[in-house]
Design a protein around this ligand. Structure first.
Ligand SMILES: O=C[C@H](O)COP(=O)(O)O
Length: 263
């Protein structure tokens, strides 16, 4: 299927492993991806993995040692820099491990850890302070979708997380539109559903900053993405990649998603 991605926006295919794969399994998984992916894949698509914190050092060692082109990042970070915050991981710790990306505001953090837009905003600031690129997750639950309020709900999350973020930082952000009802359920938003909200997010970025900035920000779709549905989603003009959960744990499936143009 033909893709309509802007040539200026390299698609980002990022595998969010969530709380799966220990550090030994992580090494085996990244090795499998590295073996399967070729230079032409990395020329067409940016490929990233987002392992649990405990895997990051192992992934870094592998990526550095074998000079792999796979990027990696964390699934969360603390809004604080250091101190008495038991269990938290700071942006500077992630930067020391040479993480490129950090996920902020995933719906599972919002749901199970009561993360608010204000906290997401503080985490976006912490990420930029330490040179990390946020993958900001936004998206509506089923009730909001049924009421037809998916766009206003999602744009309010974007507004909240980007409060006081200057253009020179916001221009590098990645925004992942993940309708909560489509996460891990096998229920995929239609390509038109994805386009409606991703297009609205780009429109909001243009209002908040400029059309030029909006045109360069990558907006991903996430929610039950698989090899079988990725091409139709990627054919939408405002979808520039995918945040992949379950399917990213299967190396063969993830490689097929990276090669969405062949599907
Ligand atoms: O971060 C990834 C999303 O939550 C999607 O997860 P899923 O692909 O398992 O539906």
């Amino acid at each position: 299927m033909a893709s309509s991605i802007s040539p200026g926006r390299t698609p980002l295919m990022a595998g969010n492993w969530k709380m799966n794969l220990n550090h030994l399994e992580a090494i085996a998984h990244v090795q499998k991806l590295a073996f399967a992916l070729a230079d032409k894949d990395y020329e067409a698509v940016e490929v990233a993995v987002l392992p649990p914190f405990t895997d990051l050092r192992s992934v870094q060692t592998l990526v550095d040692g074998d000079k792999l082109k796979i990027k990696y990042g964390a699934q969360d970070l603390s809004a604080h820099d250091s101190g008495a915050y038991t269990g938290e991981i700071s942006g500077s710790m992630l930067a020391k491990l040479k993480c490129t990306y950090v996920v902020i505001g995933h719906s599972e953090r919002r749901q199970y850890h009561n993360e608010t837009d204000e906290l997401c905003n503080a985490k976006v600031k912490a990420a930029y302070k330490h040179g990390l690129t946020p993958i900001l997750c936004v998206g509506e639950g089923l009730e909001i979708r049924k009421a037809g309020n998916q766009v206003s709900h999602t744009l309010a999350q974007v507004d909240g997380a980007l409060k006081d973020i200057p253009a020179e930082q916001a221009e590098s952000i990645v925004i992942a539109y993940e309708p909560v009802w489509a996460i891990g359920t096998g229920e995929v938003a239609t390509p038109e559903d994805a386009q409606e909200v991703c297009g609205a997010i780009r429109g909001r970025l243009a209002e908040l900053y400029s059309q030029e900035l909006a045109d360069q920000v990558r907006i991903q779709y996430g929610g039950s993405v698989k090899a079988g549905n990725v091409a139709a989603i990627m054919a939408q003009p405002d979808v520039d990649g995918a945040l992949i959960g379950g399917a990213s744990l299967d190396a063969d499936e993830f490689v097929k998603i990276v090669r969405f143009r062949d599907q």
